[in-house]
Design a protein around this ligand. Structure first.
Ligand SMILES: [Mg+2]
Length: 108
């Protein structure tokens, strides 16, 4: 398992995927077969926790932690499934750049 140094200026998403998966594996989260739909639901659950942090006017650090939990679950999942998340994000950013203003006047 590659250790992430606290003072490192740049870390790639690929490295985060690798690290999150390694940590989860070392903690036994992948010892048994896991249901993909449940794992996606758990990603959602972290966003719900983030929403609750907002609604309860909790400190920004608590909101950040819930958002981090969501990212960690996504990164872990992508590590397990060998999903090239970093490349997918970069590709999607380029796709979004070519979309019209507010993506064709969408409200949200
Ligand atoms: Mg959480």
């Amino acid at each position: 398992m590659k250790e992430i140094k606290e003072k490192k200026e740049h870390i790639s998403i690929g490295e985060l995927v690798e690290t999150c998966y390694s940590v989860a594996k070392s903690k036994g989260w992948w010892d048994k077969r896991r249901n993909d739909a449940e794992l996606i639901a758990l990603m959602h659950s972290e966003l719900s926790e983030a929403l609750e942090a907002l609604r309860e006017h909790k400190p920004k650090a608590e909101l950040a932690e819930e958002l981090a939990d969501c990212c960690i679950r996504i990164f872990d999942y992508c590590g397990r499934k060998k999903i090239a998340l970093e490349q997918a994000i970069l590709k999607k950013i380029e796709k979004n750049k070519k979309r019209p203003y507010r993506h064709g006047n969408k409200k949200y």
